[in-house]
Design a binder for this molecule. Structure first.
Ligand SMILES: [Ca+2]
Ligand SMILES: [Ca+2]
Length: 114
């Protein structure tokens, strides 16, 4: 069995950076660029990932990943193939660490692959 994780939209409730957050997600070994976001933004996404079983969807704020300034982890959720879920919302909030203040929701769906 294979399933499709779709990212449908992202909303910024709080940002980590002073000006704009540069976001990306990782899932199932893939790195996926997301739009830059500031507080109050909602942006449509059209990202899809094929996967089997389960994998973590992790959200990061990009700082160039220099040795002196690593990218900042915001949060993660375990996505499972079963049961399929048409629409649900994931909440990512950094309550400590370098991304503190970052708070995002991402609307997603998990559907069986045709
Ligand atoms: Ca940054
Ligand atoms: Ca950093």
């Amino acid at each position: 069995m294979t399933a499709i994780l779709r990212l449908k939209s992202i909303t910024c409730i709080g940002q980590a950076e002073t000006f704009t957050d540069e976001l990306y997600a990782t899932f199932n070994g893939t790195k996926d660029s997301l739009p830059n976001m500031t507080k109050g933004d909602t942006k449509d996404l059209s990202d899809e990932f094929l996967f089997e079983g389960s994998s973590d969807l992790s959200l990061f704020e990009n700082d160039g990943d220099h040795w002196y300034d690593r990218d900042d982890f915001i949060g993660k959720h375990l996505i499972t193939e079963m049961p399929p879920k048409p629409d649900f919302t994931l909440d990512f909030e950094a309550t400590s660490g370098q991304a503190e203040g970052a708070h995002y929701t991402i609307d997603v769906s998990v559907t069986p692959s045709p």
